[in-house]
Design a protein around this ligand. Structure first.
Ligand SMILES: CC(=O)[C@@H](O)[C@H](O)COP(=O)(O)O
Ligand SMILES: NCC(=O)COP(=O)(O)O
Length: 241
């Protein structure tokens, strides 16, 4: 079985574009759950460009599935996560200037800081995931932090300029899944996955969950969010078996 975490960030992007109350990410979460989402992912960025504190407060109380709170290792958001104790937190890198997440977290280069954040979140009852590149060096560091889950960054695969490069990145991801499993880590994946590139990733048996947002919200503009979620889940289950 493979799970789908629907990232609702870009419903909030549309809301923030005009500063209105709509579209409400909370309604999006309800629709996504009814359509087959196994979890709702939301990224509370330090710059609050889309998801707001109010969204996370409400999501933490009303979801029927699981809240996966994506966050940087930033004291303010860390304290929110400790207080709300979502089911999952995924630690991601952030740069204000970035359009979207550009790469995996450099766990190896900041081990004490990441380890301390993992310990604080685990103490608050949160299952911690580290968003890392499919890089054995980073995976070993992730295992050393005590975090039980990693989410492999699939951006280089998704944005590959040609088939040869895409297959090369797919091979790196497959090897990373096997290595991460050998370290005892649960393996998720995400970033840049869409209706055309998802099945090759979903077919990798060691992957437990995919977090997908931008492509689903984009598809929803034309087909509705429920249909967009249902179709993505169908593609994933068809590929995973
Ligand atoms: C970590 C990741 O790949 C995404 O979930 C992240 O949320 C992207 O950030 P934006 O949603 O702000 O594009
Ligand atoms: N961690 C990946 C995620 O939650 C969604 O990323 P994207 O599908 O919006 O690129």
């Amino acid at each position: 079985m493979i799970a789908l975490g629907v990232n609702i960030d870009h419903v909030a992007t549309l809301r923030q574009a005009r500063g209105t109350r709509y579209p409400d990410p909370i309604e999006a979460a309800f629709v996504a759950e009814r359509a087959g989402a196994d979890a709702i992912t939301a990224h509370l960025r330090e710059d609050r460009r889309h998801i707001q504190d109010r969204d996370i407060e409400i999501l933490s109380q009303i979801l029927q599935t699981r809240l996966n709170l994506e966050m940087a290792v930033e004291e303010g958001v860390l304290r929110i996560a400790e207080r709300l104790s979502p089911s999952d937190c995924c630690l991601v890198p952030e740069r204000r200037a970035e359009l979207s997440t550009e790469g995996g977290l450099d766990v190896a280069g900041q081990m004490p800081r990441i380890k301390e954040a993992c310990q604080r979140l685990a103490k608050a009852g949160v299952r911690v995931s580290l968003f890392v590149d499919p890089d054995p060096f980073q995976l070993e560091a992730a295992a050393e932090t005590g975090a039980p889950v990693v989410e492999l960054h699939t951006g280089r695969y998704a944005n590959a300029p040609d088939t040869a490069k895409r297959l090369e990145e797919l091979g790196l991801i497959g090897s990373a899944v096997n290595f991460a499993e050998s370290l005892g880590l649960q393996v998720n994946a995400g970033h840049g996955l869409d209706y055309h590139n998802v099945q090759a990733i979903a077919a990798i048996q060691g992957i437990r969950e995919l977090n997908i947002g931008h492509a689903i919200v984009s598809h929803a503009v034309f087909s509705g969010l429920g249909a967009a979620v249902t179709e993505m889940k169908r593609l994933m289950l068809e590929a995973h078996g």
